[in-house]
Each structure stands twice: as C-alpha cells, then as structure tokens.
Ligand binder design. Sequence first.
Ligand code: NAD
Length: 353
Amino acid sequence: MRILITGGAGFVGSHLALSFKRDLPNCTVTTLDNLKRRGSELALGRLALGGVEFRHGDIRNPDDLAAAGSLDLLIECSAEPSVQAGLSGGDRYLIDTNLIGTINCLDHARRHGASLIFLSTSRVYPIAALRELPLVATGARFVIPEEITGPGWSARGITENFPLTGSRSLYGATKLCSELIIAEYVAHYELQAVVNRCGVVSGPWQMGKVDQGFVVFWAARHLFGGPLSYNGFGGAGLQVRDALHIEDLYRLVREQVAQMPAQSGKTYNVGGGAECSVSLAELTEACVERTGRRLAITSQPQTNPVDVPYYVTDNSAVTAATGWRPRLSMSDILDDIFQWLFDNRGEVETILK
Ligand SMILES: NC(=O)c1ccc[n+]([C@@H]2O[C@H](COP(=O)([O-])OP(=O)(O)OC[C@H]3O[C@@H](n4cnc5c(N)ncnc54)[C@H](O)[C@@H]3O)[C@@H](O)[C@H]2O)c1
C-alpha cells in the first residue's frame, strides 16, 4: 500500500505516518507539508528516522500533489486548523488550503483510484446552537443534566444529528464545504472516503497554542511558565471539551482503512467522549498536581465570538459501525504529554512559549 499523508509534518499527520510505517513496514508512507505551522519542522527528523518520506509541498498547488506520485490511500491532515483564523477578515489562506486544497487532494486521490480519510472537525456544528445547550455549572465544570436531551445532544455528548443551521466560523465552514464536496465525489466519481468530525485531539508533539491544542498549551504553560487566562463564559474556566489521544485516533483510522469500502460514504463524530472530558478549571488542577506549580490565572469574562462553552463527542455511531472506542483516559493523555515535555524540553520550549 502506498499512503500519502498531506499535512504529514503536523501533529496528527506525523503521528499517523509514523504509526502506519511502524505497524505496516511494507507500506510506502509519504508526507507532504508546506511547514506553515510553527514546530512542524521538528517532525522532519522523526519522520526520516521512522522511514517516512517527506516532501516539501503545498496542497494549494496541484503540481505538488502530482509530484508525490501514485497512491492507494490519501489521509488529508493539512489545514489551517485554528477556529480563530479569518476572524479579522480576508483570510484567503484558510479557504485556499482548507477548501480548495482539499479539492485538489480529492482530485489527486480520484485520479489514482485511491481512497481517502478526511479529518474534519466538531466545528462544523453551529456556534449559536451549541451555546443554547441547557448547561448547568456543577463543581468546576458545565454539564448537560442527565435527564434532558434534544436533537442530536444528551449528557453523552453531541451526535451527527445535531442541527447544522447557523454560523460556525470560517474554519468550520471550510470543513463542512469540504465534507459536502467529498459526498459528491463519493456519489458520482466512485471515490471511497470516510469523514471523521474530530473533537479535540491531543498528545505528544502537538504544538499547542491558545487557539488550537489547548491541553498541550495548558500543560506547557504550567511547566515552562507564561500567562494563562480563563476566557469567556463567566471567566471561571468551567468550559468543557472531550479529548482524544492521538494513538486512539490512529487505531480508528487503521480500522476504517481495513473496513473500506464498507465504511465509504460515512461521516462520524469522533472524540474522547464524556469519560474523557475536562474543564479548564479541572485541567488546571491536573497540571498543578503533575508540576507542583500553581500559576496566577487571570479571568477574561468577555466571550470570543467563535468560542463555545461545551463540546463533548457522542461516539455511539462510530462505535456501533466499527467496534472502535477510545481506550486512553484524560490522565493517560496528560501523563504522555508531560513525559514528552520533560524529555524534549530543549527542542520544544521556545515554540510552546
Ligand atoms: N488537533 C485537533 O485537535 C483537531 C481537531 C479537529 C480536527 N482537526 C483536523 O485535523 C487535521 C490535522 O490537524 P493538526 O492538529 O495535526 O494540525 P497541525 O497544524 O499540527 O497540522 C497541519 C499541518 O498542515 C500543514 N499545512 C498547512 N497548510 C498547508 C498547505 N497549504 N499545504 C500543505 N501543508 C499545509 C501545516 O504546516 C501543518 O504541519 C486538520 O485538518 C485539522 O483541522 C484537528
């Protein structure tokens, strides 16, 4: 099998590339990345050591994809992944990469008869509808009360049936548009493809920033120092996300590739689930426990226009269809992240600061 992973020097792409090569050594695994994300350059040494080819290229340019040669599987992991991107207006890079670039990837896959795994996002769900969930502040987090449910949501989280009407950020919109185009390629061009709407994915080698990769960002601040703030929704850090360990995501992608074509055309919500969720205030305590350091965290009551107070994945559909479920807990995720930060401080501290 020849696998091409676009965005393959990024957090998700590099982990998938190295894991596929580790477990299927006879595969040819090639990564293509324009190294736009600060810190992606650190993956190049690890990719080379792991027997993965790296090509410097840009998915906005079809010639760069063509130069990567023939393939059996394309895993599309390149993106401008920040929900804040384009907020100040005129961010063509976001649209050119996340939408037009993805279409270039689809054409490349189609031309070679390759199947596709697309990394979409929970951000396809509209902001206003997520803000309307009947959240209750309980302890150090928001919760959805057990006894209340609505269309596409319950205390177990958000399902694929959550309504899609409303604004979702430009980032979420580019991903949803890509999903729609993928559905057309599946229907009319015989492309085999699976879409995973991922919640927060985390683990070692994520170059966490305030607007993307908050678990690593929070952990790194506790270890290396720097300002932290609870932003929005009352400013007490009650907002909640589930987190999925990158190795659990890899296990799912392996399963989906193995089950292609039965899985083709499917779109799944994919995340750590309610058991693997955390509020910012809870994350602070977990970081203090692991570092012995308590930072002065400021409070910013003003809510960012694209922020949501709660997102937890209901994995019921993907579990029923594939048998997959996450194995690693929030504690496992944090243990692995801190171990990585300790072991690689010299390399990653400046980037994460
Ligand atoms: N990490 C998460 O929590 C998460 C959650 C939901 C969805 N996703 C999606 O998963 C995918 C991977 O995310 P990630 O966390 O690895 O992000 P990342 O920023 O670490 O990786 C993305 C990579 O794409 C590269 N890239 C950007 N523009 C490119 C272009 N035009 N051509 C080629 N390469 C380009 C970047 O340099 C980077 O290495 C993205 O599509 C993202 O939207 C991630």
